[in-house]
Design a protein around this ligand. Structure first.
Ligand code: GDP
Ligand code: IMO
Ligand code: MG
Length: 407
């Protein structure tokens, strides 16, 4: 049965959640495979706007089993805040399952994230300060605490206390304020008890589903060019959002992946530091920020903006084995008299642009591909030709129903 992966093809915030919400209708499980509460995934349904950080974006459908896979790093206060908010809005999270192998984030990870960033001065990465890097670092140095450990409360209490003492020494050595060990122990023992009923062997759960021929949707956070290996290192996150990470982060082998959807905006954005060849630092960039509401869901930071870069997208196709593209936020370009697409880099690395006439039409109400203005059709066709894989979905607004099926 098909396993679909949804992966960001740029630097994040491409509209992955909206596409996942759209595809969830035809799947049984939505599984987050990496990242943590650095993600901000927005789904808009009528007048309701849901901003999800940890709980998979399929949760809005009663038939979906939302799964937090082994590759995710889980911040328990955020998880339960999100869960309580959803439940108070009438969305049940009773079917949520969390991998016993998923690593937990603790307050010391956040303290260290801030101290490391401060230590970098002008070279800072511009992280979300959620403790993501330090939590994955602890996983890699084999000292992390995992979700499954909450199932033995006495041992968990002891492990949290010992780890807090150890991490406090590092925090103090870096000039930070030591954390209150006993307060953290009490807080996390309580959170652990609350987590326990959701914890299971999700690898087993997902393979049982595959054996039943269920269709699974694997939800990436962050994006291809924030990938720890393939992104613009060191200006990256500390996990592997690329499609290979979907296998590692769920325990589903590559043989099962049938559909790999790369999500790209019709332009580019980036939040935090790092290279951005097509960046616009003029009033056109401001216009993209304003019309596209380009402010971070998690940190509120203004996103950097620029023209679409298909050189990056071609690389994203290779890195992820993309089978198709979903092109989002085309409507944000509605009022631009001309639009540009970077099709190659010149000898000095500068972007070389194809310049297209704008469509100067409100796409908001367009739900039929035949009603797209010819200039907009030409834009999508150019992207498809240049990238070399089919565009399937084109986003024409933030709402659940605002899209057209291109092919
Ligand atoms: P994600 O992190 O990739 O899930 O994306 P975010 O939710 O952080 O950011 C995408 C933003 O664009 C959200 O506010 C969405 O509601 C919005 N959005 C998604 N698709 C479209 C679209 O086609 N048009 C417009 N105007 N907004 C969209
Ligand atoms: P979604 O899933 C956009 C960026 C941060 C920073 C870098 C490292 O909503 O697309 P981290 O806190 O992960 O160590 O920060 O990665 N970043 C994101 N940018 N969207 C995201 O998630 C991001 N998650 C992290 O801004 O540049
Ligand atoms: Mg986001």
């Amino acid at each position: 049965m098909p396993v679909t992966v949804v992966v960001g093809a740029q630097w994040g915030d491409e509209g992955k959640a909206k596409v996942i919400d759209l595809l969830a209708a035809e799947h049984s499980h939505v599984v987050r495979y990496q990242g943590g509460h650095n993600a901000g995934h927005t789904v808009v349904v009528g007048s309701e706007r849901y901003a999800l950080q940890l709980i998979p974006s399929g949760v809005l459908y009663p038939h979906i089993i939302p799964v937090i896979g082994n590759g995710v790093v889980v911040d328990l206060p955020t998880l339960f805040k999100e869960l309580d908010t959803l439940e108070s809005r009438g969305i049940s999270c009773a079917k949520l399952r969390v991998s016993s192998q998923a690593h937990l984030i603790f307050p010391w990870h956040q303290s260290l994230d801030a101290l490391y960033e401060a230590g970098r001065g002008d070279d800072r990465i511009g992280t979300t300060l959620k403790g993501i890097g330090p939590a994955y670092a602890d996983k890699a140095r084999r000292i992390g605490l995992r979700a499954g450990e909450v199932l033995n409360p006495a041992a968990f209490r002891k492990a949290v206390g010992a780890m807090a003492e150890m991490q406090n020494r590092d925090i103090v050595a870096l000039g930070g304020e030591p954390l209150d060990v006993s307060a953290i122990v009490e807080q996390f023992v309580e959170l652990g008890a609350r987590l326990a009923p959701y914890v299971c062997d999700t690898v087993e759960l997902l393979h049982e589903a595959l054996d039943r021929d269920d269709a699974l949707l694997l939800e990436g956070a962050q994006a291809t060019f924030l990938d720890l290996d393939h992104g613009t290192y060191p200006f990256v996150t500390s996990s592997n959002p690329t499609a290979g990470g979907a296998c590692v982060g769920t325990g589903i082998g590559p043989r099962y992946l049938t559909r790999i959807v790369g999500i790209t905006k019709a332009y580019c954005t980036r939040v935090g530091s790092g290279p951005f060849p097509t960046e616009l630092t003029d009033e056109l960039g401001d216009k993209l920020v304003e019309i596209g509401h380009e402010f971070g869901t998690v940190t509120g930071r203004r996103r950097r903006t620029g023209w679409l870069d298909v050189v990056m997208l071609r690389k994203a196709v290779r890195l992820n084995s993309l089978t198709e593209i979903a092109l989002t936020k085309l409507d944000v370009l509605d009022t631009f008299p001309e639009v540009k697409v970077c099709t190659e880099y010149g000898a000095a690395g500068e972007p070389v642009y194809a310049v297209l006439p704008g469509w100067l039409t409100d796409l908001g109400a367009v739900t039929d591909v035949d009603l797209l203005p010819p200039q907009a059709r030409e834009f999508v066709s150019l992207v498809e030709r240049e990238v070399g894989v089919p565009v399937r979905i084109v986003g024409t607004g933030a709402e659940r129903d605002s899209y057209v099926i291109w092919s």
